[in-house]
Ligand binder design. Structure first.
Ligand code: L34
Length: 293
């Protein structure tokens, strides 16, 4: 049996339609505004940031794109963040990660006004998230939750295994899935590079969420029949004949899809959801600033 393919592209499209309508309805009260800040010339980051601005534009969100060279000082970046903290047209500030090594990531994320932190990376928002309080949820974990919910995957009581403990994906997605919420109430296991027996855990998973950043790491013999697989990895493994980046997930798609009940592809899985959740958070932020939420 071959798995149902959970399309992030299709799900994202449906959410974007909803958002577009909402932005149009808000137009006489507030135009949501987003700024993306990219430091350096990493091709993957360039492509993600371009996609974010393009999507914002398509939804009627005002978007500004700042590109700084890789040698930009921490001080200059902090000043730029401060400028946008004080810009009334901007409701969402996104500093694309990773940043060059000479810049202290935590220091930058701490400088963003938590009310404009549409990435949900500021410690105040992370704290609110862990406590289950109202906050901006980080975009990739939020996208994973939406994808599970809109695909009708039952998470309540499910054995969820997360592979990867990053601040951007692994830690927050594990935390969200154990909370009492939609797409939550799961029993969560978080595996990482020091996990003694990875297979023992992955084979028990009803829902397997992989965010390790290692191409094709999870193979068919590491999952059980009927598992739901969410593959968060977007690895560049070469170039296609047309010169575009060749992508692979963290899961060996071709073999695992024969065993899984459902699986997300790469590309076209979690990636488009990440971008869409950023739009959702930006609209939410604009509503909050306008006193409408
Ligand atoms: N501040 N930094 C900040 N916020 C984020 O939410 C991110 N992330 C991660 C990296 N750094 C960040 C992203 O935007 C990863 N990420 C991201 C966003 C979009 C996609 C992948 C990762 C995406 O759209 N992927 C497409 C393929 C695009 C391509 O051709 O490269 C997909 O279909 O998976």
């Amino acid at each position: 049996m071959s798995a149902k393919i959970i399309s992030g592209t299709e799900t994202a499209k449906a959410i974007k339609e909803e958002l577009k309508k909402e932005v149009a309805e808000l137009a006489d009260k507030v135009v949501p505004g987003l700024v993306t800040i990219l430091v350096g010339e990493d091709p993957a980051s360039q492509s993600y940031v371009a996609a974010k601005n393009k999507t914002a534009h398509a939804l009627g969100i005002h978007s500004e794109q700042v590109t700084l060279d890789a040698e930009t000082s921490e001080e200059d970046l902090l000043a730029l963040v401060e400028k946008y903290n004080n810009d009334d047209k901007i409701h969402g500030i996104l500093v694309q990660l990773p940043l060059p090594k000479h810049i202290d990531e935590a220091k930058i994320l701490n400088a963003i006004n938590p009310d404009k932190d549409v990435d949900g990376f500021h410690p105040v928002n992370v704290g609110r998230m862990v406590l289950g309080e109202q906050c901006f949820l980080p975009c990739t974990p939020h996208g994973v939750l939406e994808l599970l919910q809109r695909s009708g995957v039952e998470t309540s009581g499910a054995e969820v295994v997360v592979v990867g403990r990053s601040n951007i994906v692994g830690k927050p997605v594990a935390n969200l899935m154990l909370q009492k919420r939609d797409a939550g109430n799961a029993t969560v296991t978080l595996c990482h590079t020091r996990t003694k027996d990875m297979d023992f855990h992955t084979k028990r998973a009803d829902i397997l969420i992989v965010a390790a950043g290692v191409a094709n790491m999870i193979k068919a013999d590491q999952v059980k029949e009927g598992v739901v697989v969410i593959d968060v990895g977007v690895n560049r493994i070469g170039v296609t004949e047309s010169g575009k980046a060749k992508l692979a997930g963290d899961v060996e798609f071709e073999s695992v899809k024969e065993k899984a009940a459902a699986i997300t592809p790469v590309p076209g899985g979690v990636g488009p959801m990440t971008i869409t959740m950023l739009m959702k958070n930006t609209v939410q932020s604009a509503k909050q600033f306008a006193g409408l939420a």
